[in-house]
Write a protein that binds this ligand. Structure first.
Ligand code: MN
Length: 240
C-alpha cells in the first residue's frame, strides 16, 4: 500500500464535523466519490441493468453542504430528485487497499442526499455524456454531521442499519444497508485500485428505490437508523 501524497489546503476548506485526522485536528473534506446503481430495486426503477462492478462518479466541492440547510433549485433543470445515501468518510488513505483492510480505513459516516437533475441526467445518458452537470449543482451533496467509526462495530453489524427519507413527513425511501450490491469493503477496495484515497474523501454509497421529484417548499428529512431502530443521524434540507 502506498502512502498518499500530502496536500496543502486553503484555510477556508470545509471540514467534516465529528471527525478528526491522525493529529486530532479537524478532518478536511477530500474528493466526493459517488456510487450509482448500488441497490438492485433502484437500478430496476431507473430501467438500468445491475452493474457487474461499481459505477463511479464524482461531485464537485461546491455541491457539498454540511449540516441542515436549503437547496435552491437550479434554473437549468425542471426535475430534481432526492436520493438518500449512506456516506462514508475515509480516515486513512491509500492505494490498493484490500477488502480485509478496508474497514480500518473508515473514519466514520453520515447520512446524505445525492440530489440529481434527472432531466439532465436522462439527456446525458441518451447522448453518452458524463453525469457531472446533473449531479454537481451547488448544494446537491448535503451531509449530516459524522459518527466516528466504533472500533468494535463490524461492517456486518451495519448491514441491519436503515436509511430513510421523508418529504413533508411522508416516507419516500427506506432500505437496509445490507441491500447494497457492493459492500463497504468492496467499494473501498475497488475505488483504491484506481484512485489513491486520501483522508477526508467521502463515498456516497448509492440510493435505494423510491427516488422522486422535489419542488419548492418541500422539506426533506434523511435519517440513519441503527440496528436497534434508533435514529443516529439526521439531516433536514428544505427546497426553495
Ligand atoms: Mn446516487
Amino acid at each position: 500500500m502506498n502512502t498518499p501524497h500530502p496536500i496543502t489546503l486553503p484555510s477556508h476548506w470545509p471540514c467534516l464535523p465529528g471527525l478528526k485526522n491522525s493529529k486530532q485536528q479537524a478532518l478536511p473534506v477530500g474528493t466526493i466519490y459517488c456510487i450509482g446503481r448500488n441497490y438492485a430495486e433502484h437500478a430496476r426503477e431507473m430501467g438500468s441493468s445491475i452493474p457487474s462492478e461499481p459505477l463511479v462518479f464524482i461531485k464537485p466541492m461546491g455541491s457539498l453542504h454540511v449540516g441542515n440547510g436549503y437547496l435552491d433549485l437550479p434554473q437549468q433543470s425542471n426535475e430534481v430528485h432526492h436520493e438518500v445515501e449512506w456516506v462514508l468518510a475515509i480516515g486513512t488513505g491509500g492505494k490498493n487497499i484490500t477488502k480485509e483492510q478496508a474497514w480500518s480505513h473508515v473514519a466514520g459516516w453520515a447520512i446524505g442526499i445525492d440530489f440529481t437533475a434527472r432531466d439532465l441526467q436522462n439527456q446525458a445518458k441518451e447522448e453518452g455524456k458524463p453525469w457531472t452537470l446533473s449531479k454537481g449543482f451547488d448544494g446537491f451533496a448535503p451531509v449530516s454531521s459524522f459518527t466516528p467509526r466504533i472500533s468494535d462495530l463490524s461492517p456486518k453489524e451495519l448491514t441491519s442499519y436503515e436509511i430513510r427519507l421523508t418529504v413533508n413527513g411522508q416516507e419516500r425511501q427506506r432500505d437496509r444497508l445490507g441491500n447494497m450490491l457492493f459492500s463497504v469493503e468492496e467499494l473501498i477496495a475497488y475505488l483504491s485500485s484506481v484512485f489513491t484515497l486520501q483522508p477526508g474523501d467521502l463515498i456516497f454509497t448509492g440510493t435505494p428505490s423510491g427516488v422522486s421529484e422535489v419542488i419548492s417548499g418541500d422539506h426533506c428529512v434523511a435519517e440513519l437508523y441503527d440496528s436497534q431502530g434508533i435514529p443516529s443521524q439526521r439531516l433536514e434540507y428544505t427546497i426553495r
